[in-house]
Design a protein. Structure first.
Length: 361
């Protein structure tokens, strides 16, 4: 992560940082399990799924929080800062559990999604009632539990209370943005709306802000950043977050399941009205656009996925999204170069920007 002076001096090790976040999150879950397991096997099962939900991932949110802090001041108490950064990973885990249920996804990171796992358990045990409803209830409650834990983890991280209070203001805003952005997404899918401006609004509030901009703000707030530095971090973090999510949207259609941990073309099966899809529908001839639109949100075999991929390619939407990703990344990096932050942190933030936007499709 960092060396003994808590500043970047060429010693940033992303793998070691991810391991530190993993250990910190699991330690927090272990603490909760210390008393929840005593409530019996059902509570223990919920905790075990919480443990699985917070395990793994690229830890981008935690990393941007960490370097948002080091951009302004040394880490000081590294263990406390790790806990603060880890709270964002619990928030992310909460969002994914709820998102998987709302999208009726079967898989998350190569494992059954929470609602599917609990529905299967219900069916195997031959319990009364609906297996699907039991799975849905479990996913809602696990997501809520992780959301509550995220708040607790930040509040009790061990950093100075006044700094934590400043960070919590950004954390509160983040949760409001994520929930509202998710509802905008659900509503757009319900209406079958494929408007580029609406898709960009959903992208910004459902993902872009909470993935990069707000983690930077939270880390910087914990370091005592003033309003001008926070504005500079927005100029860097917001366009980068948008580029990050646009890359994710490409992966959702064209990604290799071995990389994404989800079936090929899963976003198409889920009917996601992304910027990529909106651009394709705008550009395709009427018959082809109707074919793509009618297929969204329906069961698709691999041949059907390949057909829709070909339509999106032919529309030029994939190339257009790649161009937008490049433009947003360039704008972000220009803002990073101009920001009044630690030069070592600037170097690492640049590398994180590359990692966030250049993930392989």
């Amino acid at each position: 992560m960092t060396r003994t002076d808590n500043r970047w001096d060429g010693g940033w090790d992303p793998s070691a940082f991810r391991e530190g976040i993993e250990a910190t999150c699991q330690e927090f879950v272990d603490h909760q399990a210390g008393w929840l397991d005593a409530l019996g096997p059902d509570a223990a099962r919920l905790v075990e799924h919480a443990r699985t939900s917070v395990s793994g991932g690229k830890r981008f949110r935690a990393a941007f929080c960490w370097w948002g802090h080091l951009a302004v001041a040394p880490a000081g108490d590294e263990k406390a800062l790790l806990r603060a950064c880890g709270s964002l990973e619990l928030l992310h885990a909460s969002a994914l559990v709820h998102d998987d249920y709302m999208d009726l996804s079967d898989v998350r990171r190569g494992r059954p999604a929470t609602h599917r796992a609990f529905a299967t358990l219900h069916a195997e045990q031959r319990w009364s009632g609906s297996s699907e409803q039991y799975g849905a209830s479990a996913a809602i409650l696990l997501g809520d539990l992780l959301l509550a834990w995220a708040d607790e983890m930040l509040r009790t991280c061990g950093l100075p209370a006044t700094r934590v209070l400043d960070a919590l203001a950004f954390f509160d805003l983040t949760r409001t943005e994520v929930v509202t952005g998710q509802f905008l997404d659900v509503s757009a899918q319900a209406r079958g709306a494929s408007d580029v401006d609406l898709a960009m609004t959903v992208l910004r509030y459902k993902s872009a802000k909470y993935s990069i901009e707000r983690p930077l703000h939270i880390g910087a707030a914990l370091a005592g950043a003033d309003e001008e530095v926070q504005r500079q971090l927005t100029r860097f973090g917001l366009p980068l977050g948008e580029a990050f999510q646009l890359r994710d949207d490409l992966l959702g259609v064209f990604g290799d399941p071995a990389v994404t941990g989800k079936p090929a073309g899963d976003d198409l099966r889920e009917g996601k009205r992304t910027v990529l899809v909106a651009l394709a529908l705008d550009a395709l001839p009427p018959d082809a656009a109707r074919e793509l639109n009618d297929a969204l949100g329906t069961p698709l075999d691999l041949d059907a996925v390949q057909r829709l991929r070909a339509l999106i390619e032919e529309s030029g939407a994939r190339e257009q999204v790649e161009k937008v990703i490049s433009e947003l990344t360039d704008r972000s990096l220009e803002a990073l170069d101009a920001a009044h932050i630690d030069d070592g942190a600037r170097t690492v933030l640049r590398s994180l920007a590359d990692a966030a936007t250049q993930r392989a499709v």
